[in-house]
Every structure is written in structure tokens, then in C-alpha cells.
Design a protein around this ligand. Structure first.
Ligand code: ADP
Length: 555
């Protein structure tokens, strides 16, 4: 069964063979057959009839069958040709094959042989055409594939550039080049929206744009096409008269302009153009959209980068002014302390003289009052001393092996009256073996003093303060001062060791103080090679810990 009506041109001078035998054999089985008597007519007929097969006798009046083969192949007709040869005409058949004949039939013709030769020739021809079509398709697919690989490679390269190139100008130039390459364009450009002032679009990178355009660097970019793309947020591909009607001929004869978007907001434009009016296809737009996505990432990155830089600059200025403020504060502190200390020392000298009786007799009551004044003045002088010495690194100058058990008991003993007054239970927990540390006794006594003062100060009425001494698993001496007081917020726990820092620094705060006690504690403990820290929960209480090296370890 034939799938379609194949057309066969028969060239035979003998009507009995051509018209009677061949046509009558082939037509009933579905072929469209045309019979001509000579080669000249056949040559003309070929271009009208478009046969799928030619059957020709080799001996024809005028031009021979071989001449016909030559003429047809000369005119580029690639149809299979079956030649009919007289018996004994082998030589002619061989020549015909050399000239391009497909098959032959010997006279006298037999019906079965004719049909089989014709069908075989047509089948082969169909198969050849199919092979050619497939090979053509394969070529096309290969070409498409190569193009896709080229596009993908370019897009990947742009992606890499976005993450590795920090110079924005170079990056946008890569994007323009990549965009031109994947769309086979002659020129390209990137515009970026600038929001300082009224929003406007500026050229940041371009390739092959006319000089009069590139000269406008620094001026906002305006053309009807870009404006439409910005307004609609949709890509536009224009060519032919549209280019002229939009007044953008100076950019090219075919243009593809895409919005660069960040979260659906247009932040820039990516454009490509061709010199010739060869329109951009939808597939060009698809790949250019991928490039435009990268452009969007780079614009967003560059904005973030700029914000970061501005922020870093702001912080730098802030840090500088903080440093200056700190320096001024130090200077004022030093000056004020100096100015205060001189009259205070003089005043203390006089008081001492009164107390010693060198200024005449004082009655007991007066002596008591003078001693109280003497004590208060000493406290003020100590306070000034503490304030001004905070900057200096404390050096433990009288190092010895001390028993923290003894020292703790001694210091805690000094607080008993105060604790009772404030209705606070002050407890000590000591191990049976003495915990030894290599330290300056006076300085560690001050540390304990500060921590216990704070623990009592920030404890509620009826609260409990525990001072515990022990060895850590690493064999360090450790002291803990624990209270059930107001506690400290997690984000403040580091800050309280800074000098002058107070969680509540307001004038209306309940507790007094200068915010220098813990700074001094840290100073002393660190100078001893130890560590100090706090564990605390607001409303539950705080536990201050400090460690010291055991005797034998050099701080
Ligand atoms: P101050 O003279 O203000 O007590 P410190 O340097 O000793 O200065 O302490 C700094 C700040 O740390 C205090 O103002 C207080 O806010 C907080 N603080 C210190 N010890 C305690 C504690 N035991 N409980 C709660 N807060 C404390």
C-alpha cells in the first residue's frame, strides 16, 4: 500500500510500451503516470509534473535516454531514474548507471518485474529523502544546542562575575557584553535608577553606542522607548517603522529593551540593538531576561555596598567623636580630682590636728564629731584616688600565698553591722582545707569589699548574701559572692565591668555609687592573672565569681 500518490514520468517512443504497457500496469495500482515520447518533452515536463520517478527508454528519437539523465542532473532534479534497455544493451546500461541511473529493466518488459523495480526505486528514494530530512533536523538541533550552550556559558560567566568582581563599572560592562553576545546584538547599554533627588536613569555602562550618546554621561537618560518600558515594567522589542516613530533610530534598527527589576520595581534598564532591522526573537528576550536578573543583583548589591560604606563612615565618625569625648572626660576628671585633692588634704590636716588635740582641748562630743568628719573626708579622698587610678594598670606589689578562707572571714566580719542594719543574712561557706592563692592581700580585700558592698546594696530587705570559697577542677582558687537581689539583664552583664557604667545611671535611681567598683575589681583580678564574671537573672539575683592562681603559678 502506498501512503501517497507517487508521480511517475514515462519516456518511451513506442506507444505500445509507454502508453499501453507501462501506464496500464502502473495506474491501476495507484500511481499517477504521465507518458511522453521523447527526452525534450520530458525535460520540459519535469518542472511542471514534479515526478517522484522517471522511467525512460535508453534509445529514444533525438536526445537519448543517457542525454536525458545528464540533462536532468544538470538541472538539479534529484529523482530516481529507471532505464529500459534493449536486450544485449549491457554496455549502455553500465554507462547509464555511471551517469546516475538508479535501476534498469530489460526488454521485453514483464509486468511483475516492472512493478517490483518501480516500487523498489520509489522506496529507496523515499528512504533517502527521509534520511536527508533527519540529518537536516539533526544539524538544526545541534546548532540550537550549541547556541544554548553558548548562552548558558555566557550567563554562568556573568553569574560568576557578579559574585567575584567588586568593581561595579567592570561588572556592568560584563553584563552589557554578555547581553550583546547572547542576543547577537551590535551594541548594548545599562541604565541605573538614581533616587537621590527626583528619580532619574543614568548610563552606567555601554558598548558601541554613538559618541553623541556616550558624551551625555552624568545627564539623565530619556527616550520614548525606555520611558515606556519603565512605565509598563514590560520588555519591548521594536524594529522597522516603530523605531522611527519612537525616535530611537540613533540607537539601532532593531532594539530590545528590558526592565531590570528588584521585587517588581524597575531599578534599571538593559538594552541591546542591531544595526540591521533583523528583529529580536522571543528566545532572545528570554536569555536577556536571565542577564537582566544578574544586573538586578549587581544593582542591589552596589546599593547595599554603598549603604554599608556610608554606615561604616558614620560609625567611624561616631567612634572618633566618642574617643574625643572620652579623652575630654579623662582630662576633666584628672583636673577636678587634682583641684579637689589639694583643699581636701589641707582640710584633713586641720581635722587631724583637732583630733590629736594640737589645736587645743576638744570635748568628747566634739571629738566624736571631728572623727566622723575625718572618716568622711578620708572616704572622699579614697574615692578620688579610685577614680583617677582606674586608667592605670594595677600591679599587685605585695604578692604572697594567702588563705582565702581567712581573708574572706575577715572582710565579711567588717560587713556584719551593715548587714544587720539592712536586715540581710550574710553567710560564708568555706571548705575545711584552706584555699590558697598567690595574691596581694590588700588588693584582694578591696575586691571582696566591692563585691560584698554591691551584693548588700542591691539586695532586698530580708535577702541573703553568701560568700563561698573553693577550688575549681583546674585547681584555681575561686570566690563567689551571691545575692538574691535585683539581678542584671543579660545584655548588660559585660558592660557593668566598664568604668562609670551603671545599669541605672539616672539621678532618680535608688542606689548611689560611681560605677567604678567593678572596673577596679576587673583591673585587680586581671592583673593577678585571674578572671571575673557574673551569672545573673533579673529579679532572681546575681553571682559574681573571680578566680586567682594558686601559689607557685606566676601571674
Ligand atoms: P556602683 O558604684 O554603681 O555600684 P559598680 O562598678 O560597682 O558601680 O557596679 C556597676 C553597676 O553594676 C551598678 O551600678 C549596678 O547597676 C550593677 N551591679 C553591680 N553589682 C550588682 C549586684 N550585685 N546586683 C545587681 N546589680 C549590680
Amino acid at each position: 500500500m502506498k501512503e501517497r500518490r507517487d508521480r511517475i514520468l514515462v519516456v518511451e517512443s513506442d506507444p505500445d510500451v509507454g502508453d499501453q504497457f507501462i501506464c496500464r500496469t502502473l495506474r491501476p495500482i495507484g500511481y499517477e503516470v504521465k507518458w511522453v515520447k521523447d527526452a525534450d518533452t520530458a525535460i520540459q515536463e519535469v518542472s511542471h509534473f514534479h515526478p517522484h520517478l522517471v522511467v525512460t527508454n535508453l534509445s529514444l528519437p533525438g536526445l537519448s535516454g543517457k542525454d536525458l539523465i545528464v540533462a536532468l542532473s544538470g538541472q538539479g532534479f534529484e529523482v530516481p531514474i529507471i532505464v529500459i534497455s534493449a536486450s544485449g544493451g549491457e554496455k549502455d546500461v553500465i554507462q547509464a548507471f555511471r551517469l546516475g541511473a538508479t535501476d534498469f529493466i530489460r526488454q521485453p518488459l514483464r509486468e511483475a518485474e516492472l512493478v517490483s523495480v518501480v516500487e523498489r526505486a520509489l522506496k529507496n528514494s523515499r528512504e533517502r529523502r527521509e534520511r536527508e530530512r533527519l540529518s537536516q533536523e539533526l544539524k538544526q538541533t545541534n546548532w540550537e544546542l550549541e547556541r544554548r550552550v553558548r548562552e548558558l556559558t555566557t550567563i554562568i560567566a556573568i553569574g560568576k562575575a557578579v559574585t567575584s568582581i567588586t568593581n561595579q563599572k567592570t561588572l556592568f560592562e560584563r553584563i552589557v557584553e554578555g547581553g550583546m553576545y547572547v542576543t547577537d546584538a551590535d551594541s548594548g547599554w545599562v541604565l541605573v535608577r538614581e533616587d537621590k533627588g527626583p528619580p532619574a536613569y543614568y548610563l552606567v555602562a555601554q558598548r558601541n553606542l554613538p559618541k553623541e550618546i556616550t558624551d551625555t554621561v552624568g545627564k539623565p537618560w530619556e527616550d520614548k522607548l525606555s520611558l515606556q518600558v519603565i512605565d509598563s515594567g514590560v520588555a519591548m522589542s521594536v524594529h522597522d517603522e516603530r523605531v522611527a516613530s519612537l525616535g530611537v533610530e540613533h540607537l539601532g534598527a532593531a532594539l530590545l529593551v528590558l526592565p531590570i527589576k528588584a521585587k517588581s520595581e524597575v531599578i534599571g534598564i538593559l538594552g541591546v540593538a542591531r544595526k540591521l532591522p533583523r528583529p529580536f526573537r522571543p528566545s532572545d528576550q528570554t536569555v536577556l531576561e536571565a542577564v537582566s536578573d544578574y544586573a538586578s543583583i549587581s544593582i542591589v548589591n552596589s546599593r547595599l555596598f554603598r549603604t554599608l560604606e556610608e554606615r561604616a563612615e558614620y560609625l567611624k565618625r561616631l567612634a572618633e567623636s566618642a574617643k574625643t569625648a572620652e579623652r575630654i572626660k579623662d582630662e576633666i576628671l584628672q583636673n577636678v580630682s587634682h583641684e579637689l585633692r589639694t583643699p581636701l588634704v589641707t582640710a584633713m590636716g586641720y581635722i587631724d590636728m583637732f583630733v590629736e588635740g594640737e589645736m587645743g582641748e576638744v570635748v568628747d562630743e566634739q571629738s566624736e564629731a571631728l572623727k566622723a568628719v575625718q572618716e568622711k573626708l578620708r572616704q572622699v579622698v579614697d574615692m578620688i584616688q579610685a577614680m583617677t587610678s582606674l586608667d592605670q594598670v594595677v600591679m599587685p606589689d605585695d604578692l604572697e600565698a594567702i588563705s582565702l578562707n581567712d581573708l574572706t572571714q575577715e572582710v565579711v566580719g567588717r560587713f556584719e553591722t551593715l548587714a544587720t542594719e539592712k536586715n540581710i543574712k550574710l553567710a560564708v561557706r568555706l571548705p575545711s582545707q584552706p584555699v590558697l592563692a598567690f595574691a596581694d592581700r590588700k588588693q584582694i580585700s578591696r575586691v571582696l569589699d566591692e563585691l560584698i558592698t554591691n551584693a548588700i546594696k542591691f539586695s532586698p530587705d530580708g535577702g541573703k548574701v553568701l560568700v563561698a570559697v573553693e577550688y575549681t577542677t583546674d585547681n584555681l582558687a575561686r570566690v563567689c559572692v551571691k545575692d538574691q537581689g535585683i539581678g542584671i539583664e543579660a545584655d548588660r552583664q559585660q558592660l557593668i565591668f566598664d568604668r562609670f557604667y551603671q545599669v541605672d545611671g539616672s539621678m532618680t535611681r535608688k542606689q548611689g555609687g560611681l560605677g567604678i567598683g567593678l572596673a577596679m575589681v576587673k583591673n585587680i583580678v586581671t592583673a593577678h592573672g585571674g578572671q571575673v564574671w557574673v551569672e545573673s537573672k533579673p529579679g532572681k539575683g546575681s553571682a559574681f565569681y573571680f578566680t586567682l592562681l594558686p601559689p607557685g603559678e606566676i601571674p
